[in-house]
Ligand binder design. Structure first.
Ligand code: GDP
Ligand code: MG
Length: 459
């Protein structure tokens, strides 16, 4: 469900989690990525722009002090929840009101009949004596479809295959349904919201006076859900919406946001063709799932444990001065190792999991190397760590003996270290981003180091 939108948003979140600093550049990048993915999901341009502006403004005003990453992720979460309707709108079925009547409305193919069976199953599982009533007299075989679905969920459906007047069918079963707690009423649609449909709906609404009227909207209409909801609202009071077929479209985000725009609260979402494929809609948990918050939270907690803010600040100022010694490299390795096995850390980052299946050894190799480097640095004198250019072959063989790391491994480490240091002094000399490496330099560096090098160090 909403895989594409979820994927890009999750990636953006892990980018925040993995970032060294939360700065303007990062925030702008994240906003851009969010904009792209929301527009792709058919969310209205105006809403996307307003959302970006809000995130930008609040990030500037509110994000400060410790835990900036958490604050940024929470800010994005909250703003997305806001455009999806804030809190969950629960519907209460009054059991004293027998039968409690829910009338479904919608155009052809919106998913009304399917939703009738889904809702019936949903509430009967929660202990309500539930039945369905078929008032779609327009679509050929509509009663049969409801009959089949009813058999599937093992609940009664009242239908009349001959009668062409929905009011007559209502009168026919009005008494019979009184012994049920809840009746879900399926109605007819049309291709468009025509005056004939509006007339039929208002007529039935008057006769039945349902406790709840729910509009059924298919997610694939995207942001057009707003105008459709508006149209139906004019014809009849609507208590809420079911957005169906959220499983089969990239436009579902647009449909959900669009409903909120017209204050038509999404009560349920349909996530498949089967009667059990229905969920209540809680914007907050929906967004958490979309952003992969569970994973992100774990990742942030680990990152926080590993790198304390003081150390981070120290690192930053050293980098600004273009300094990077083997001590710094050592600290970086330690931080990485504090986060746990690399492969476990990678699992939590969307996209990295697949890298692990493709190249099962890559993290182990990296991990072994990091361990060796740490041992080697352990066997160096403070002077050597501060000024690695002192490391001639005599010293290297001494360190090799002391640490049981081969001279070749030590040389490779020195090579990698020099490469990173070169980049750091280069970017600090050019004054990029007050001494921070900019994204391009990082990419250049990552390319040069390849998978063999320090790319796993988060530099
Ligand atoms: P109605 O004309 O409004 O009564 O729509 P139907 O209930 O007959 O549904 C139209 C089509 O959409 C059918 O093929 C359903 O199986 C399908 N459908 C309904 N809800 C969902 C859903 O949540 N997911 C998917 N994938 N298909 C659905
Ligand atoms: Mg139908």
């Amino acid at each position: 469900m909403l895989e594409k939108l979820g994927d890009t948003l999750k990636k953006a979140m892990s980018k925040i989690a993995g970032a060294v600093f939360v700065d303007k550049k990062l925030i702008e990048e994240i906003i851009k990525e969010m904009q792209r993915s929301l527009l792709e999901a058919d969310v209205d341009v105006k809403i996307v722009q307003e959302l970006s502006e809000k995130i930008r403004k609040k990030a500037e005003e509110k994000i400060q002090g410790l835990e900036k990453k958490e604050q940024l992720i929470k800010l994005i979460h909250d703003e997305l929840v806001e455009i999806l309707g804030k809190e969950e709108h629960k519907i209460a079925i009054d059991k004293k009101k027998k039968p409690f009547k829910i009338m479904l409305l919608g155009l052809y193919g919106a998913g009304k009949t399917t939703a009738a069976a889904k809702l019936a199953l949903y509430y009967s599982k929660r202990g309500l004596k539930t039945c369905m009533l078929g008032l779609d007299v327009h679509r050929p075989a509509a009663p049969e479809q409801l009959e089949q679905l009813a058999a599937k969920v093992n609940l009664p459906a009242f239908i009349n295959k001959q009668e062409k007047n929905p009011s007559a069918i209502w009168k026919e079963f009005e008494e019979k349904i009184k012994k049920y707690d809840l009746v879900i009423i399926d109605t007819a649609g049309r291709d468009v919201l025509s005056s004939a449909l509006i007339h039929e709906i208002s007529q039935l609404h008057k006769e039945i006076s349902p406790e709840l009227v729910i509009l059924v909207l298919p997610a694939d209409i995207g942001k057009a859900a707003a105008s459709q909801a508006q149209g139906f609202k004019k014809a009849c009071d609507i208590n809420g919406v079911i957005v169906t077929r959220l499983d089969g479209t990239a436009k579902g985000g647009g449909a959900l946001v669009s409903c909120q725009e017209t204050k038509a609260h999404v009560l349920f979402i349909g996530t498949g063709e089967k009667p059990q494929d229905i969920e209540t809609f809680d914007p907050s948990s929906f967004v958490s799932r979309l952003l992969g918050m569970g994973d992100i939270k774990g990742l942030l907690e680990k990152a926080k444990l590993a790198i304390d803010e003081k150390q981070q600040a120290k690192m930053k100022s050293r980098m600004e001065e273009g300094k990077f010694t083997l001590d710094d490299l050592y600290d970086q390795i330690k931080s990485m190792q504090n986060m746990g096995p690399l492969s476990k850390v990678a699992e939590m980052i969307p996209g990295m999991g697949s890298l692990k299946t493709k190249m099962p050894n890559v993290f182990d190799v990296q991990e072994t190397k990091l361990k060796k480097w740490r041992y080697a640095i352990d066997s160096m004198t403070p002077k050597e760590r501060e000024s690695p250019e002192l490391l001639n072959s005599n010293r290297i063989s001494r360190i090799s003996k002391g640490s049981h790391v081969s001279a070749n491994d030590i040389r490779e480490m020195i090579k990698q270290y020099k490469l990173v240091k070169g980049f750091i002094s280069e970017s600090s000399a050019s004054g990029l981003g007050q001494g921070q490496m900019d994204r391009k330099t990082m990419e250049k560096l990552a390319k040069k180091l390849g998978r063999k090098g320090l790319s796993g160090l988060g530099l």
